[in-house]
Design a protein around this ligand. Structure first.
Ligand code: COA
Ligand code: MG
Length: 296
């Protein structure tokens, strides 16, 4: 049952492709996904060496385990085309496209991957971090409905979005909430995951845990992160809580009672519970089983 669930993406850790110490640390870390960065975390004079480093990483990549994806440079930059050509031949689970603005940007990258005979398992992830991306979000996320378009995940990029719009990132993110919720809505409509933005302050883990909790409540699938200390709080916030699991078991048990097997809707603890809640409860329990079996 659990293997039919999509892979968890509670925590997706950015790792600069030039940071040897960080790469060496990965086997010890419990993040659900690793995003090797060739873009903003790598200086222009190190772009080629960073690409070489990832070629070596993927040549020795162990089977299975967590997802490893690569954020390439924009195809409009001097390095993007070489990055994508290289990544198409790696044992990577995905290519993260930065500064996607239109559905066409994704389709162009997809064409390159198809022409390079990249396997269907190589997915595209898109950074949503420009004003145009927000305006074109319905068309971008709709590509998630077309398996041949490879789109699997969107990532909010609030640092760039704040820079380009002038919207201030406050601790409670109040001015950004309409856009964050719009991202979740579009991603769900397209059937793809939606990851929340990175939080720059990796020392204040209380604030980070709060932000993760809010992101989970907004419907995000997980959080993109920059530091190992953020893995624990992100994994916790995007895992079913003990309370939610107890409630889910109660719903499953209630519908299993002989008097309820033919009911569409029942009363449980003073609340109306419908079969849609049963389906949700079963999904939650399956997710918990899946997470227990995770080996990073
Ligand atoms: N992935 C894996 N390991 C990491 C890491 C990461 N993203 N960030 C830090 N570490 C490791 C460090 O190498 C260090 O390892 P050690 O215990 O073997 O010495 C340990 O975690 C503690 O790191 P710390 O000293 O607290 O942080 P730092 O000053 O080394 O690094 C940053 C701080 C922000 C520079 C670093 O976390 C980083 O580069 N993050 C990713 C940035 C990025 O990719 N940005 C682009 C996308 S937004
Ligand atoms: Mg960015």
């Amino acid at each position: 049952m659990s293997h039919s669930l999509p892979r968890p993406r509670r925590s997706a850790l950015f790792v600069p492709a030039t940071n040897e110490k960080a790469i060496a640390k990965l086997p010890q870390l419990a993040c659900d996904a690793v995003i090797f960065d060739l873009e903003d975390a790598v200086l222009p004079e190190h772009k080629a060496a960073a690409r070489e480093r990832l070629a070596r990483f993927f040549a020795e990549r162990p089977e299975g385990g967590r997802e490893y994806v690569v954020r390439i440079n924009s195809l409009a930059s001097p390095w993007g085309a070489d990055d994508l050509a290289a990544a198409s031949g790696w044992a990577t689970d995905g290519v993260v496209l930065p500064k996607v603005e239109t559905a066409r940007d994704l389709l162009e990258a997809n064409d390159v991957l198809d022409e390079a005979d990249a396997p269907d398992t190589l997915k595209l992830w898109a950074m949503i971090e420009t004003p145009r991306a927000l305006l074109n979000l319905p068309a971008i996320s709709e590509l998630g409905r077309d398996p041949s378009a490879r789109l699997s995940c969107l990532i909010a990029g609030l640092n760039d979005l704040a820079k380009d719009t002038g919207v201030k990132i406050t601790p409670d993110r109040r001015y950004l909430q309409p856009w964050l919720l719009q991202m979740v809505l579009c991603a769900r409509a397209g059937g793809v995951d939606m990851l929340d933005s990175v939080s720059n302050d990796f020392r204040d883990l209380d604030a980070f845990a709060l932000e993760c909790g809010e992101a989970a409540a907004m419907g995000f699938s997980g959080k993109s992160i920059i530091h190992p200390a953020q893995i624990g709080p992100a994994n916790a916030a995007f895992s079913p809580s003990d309370e939610a699991l107890a409630e889910a078991r109660a719903v499953v048990d209630a519908f299993a009672l002989p008097e309820n097997t033919a009911s569409g809707v029942i009363s449980l603890g003073g609340k109306m519970v419908e079969r849609l809640h049963l389906a949700e409860a079963e999904r939650l329990l399956a997710r918990a089983t899946q997470l227990e079996g995770l080996r990073h």
